[in-house]
Design a protein around this ligand. Structure first.
Ligand code: ZN
Length: 243
């Protein structure tokens, strides 16, 4: 099976389109939440993801906020402004889809969660934060999003490796049968690891290889749409630098 792994699409249709073109045919899709928020195309992004084959998707904080299920006072002012704009845009059908996403999912070798297993809306960005998720996960591989930083944590023989693997330029992880992994394939529609290219993952279950990829997309086109929608300039400017 060939699995497509998406996280933090954030209403960026140009980035999503470039990723789907690059990925080619897949058997199933795994989505780690935050389909909406920040970007200018919430409905089109939700619809394209919903149409992916055999989709399994969990909720992110922006998805819940966009349907009134998460306190927007947790967001900075730019993010909050984008959430309130997104609330106005979403169709009833897409709102209903987002409102019914689970916080975690387990299927086959995968655990899916936006943030961490103890706290689905908290950030997993250190070995220490990885520990609690390793303790709670019952599968060999946990896929996360939320930080928009492509990286991987490995637990070998019960010990969490002190160095996590940075994947900002992409890379491959060959999953060893006895080890366990937490992988963030990066923020598809709003990278924050200094690489502005759209980030995503592919998992080949036969070879047990997870590939993180980065693809170019038309950043000025998205920025132009954001300007016309009246979304905060800071949110469009950051796409140029991937920060
Ligand atoms: Zn996000």
């Amino acid at each position: 099976m060939r699995y497509l792994i998406l996280a933090d699409v954030h209403s960026n249709l140009e980035a999503l389109g470039a990723v789907l073109d690059d990925a080619g045919r897949v058997d199933a899709a795994l989505c780690l939440g935050d389909l909406v928020g920040y970007g200018p195309d919430p409905n089109a992004c939700v619809q394209r993801v919903r149409a992916l084959p055999d989709l399994s998707c969990v909720a992110g904080n922006h998805d819940l906020a966009a349907v009134g299920g998460y306190d927007v006072s947790w967001f900075n002012s730019h993010a909050r402004e984008a959430v309130l704009w997104t609330q106005q845009q979403l169709t009833a059908e897409n709102r209903d889809f987002l409102a019914h996403l689970p916080l975690t999912r387990t299927l086959g070798p995968f655990t899916l969660v936006h943030g961490t297993l103890p706290e689905p809306m908290e950030y997993l960005s250190s070995q220490w934060e990885a520990r609690a998720t390793f303790q709670e996960m019952s599968t060999p591989l946990c896929l996360v999003g939320h930080t928009h930083i492509a990286e991987a944590y490995t637990q070998a023989n019960g010990v969490i490796m002190p160095q996590h693997q940075a994947l900002l330029d992409g890379g491959e992880i060959k999953l060893a049968a006895r080890d366990r992994y937490i992988v963030n394939c990066g923020g598809l529609g709003q990278p924050r690891d200094g690489n502005p290219r759209a980030a995503y993952g592919l998992y080949d279950s036969r070879r047990r290889v997870l590939s993180v990829r980065r693809v170019e997309y038309d950043i000025p086109a998205v920025q132009d749409k954001m300007r016309r929608a009246g979304l905060p300039p800071m949110l469009s400017d950051r796409l140029t630098h991937g920060r």
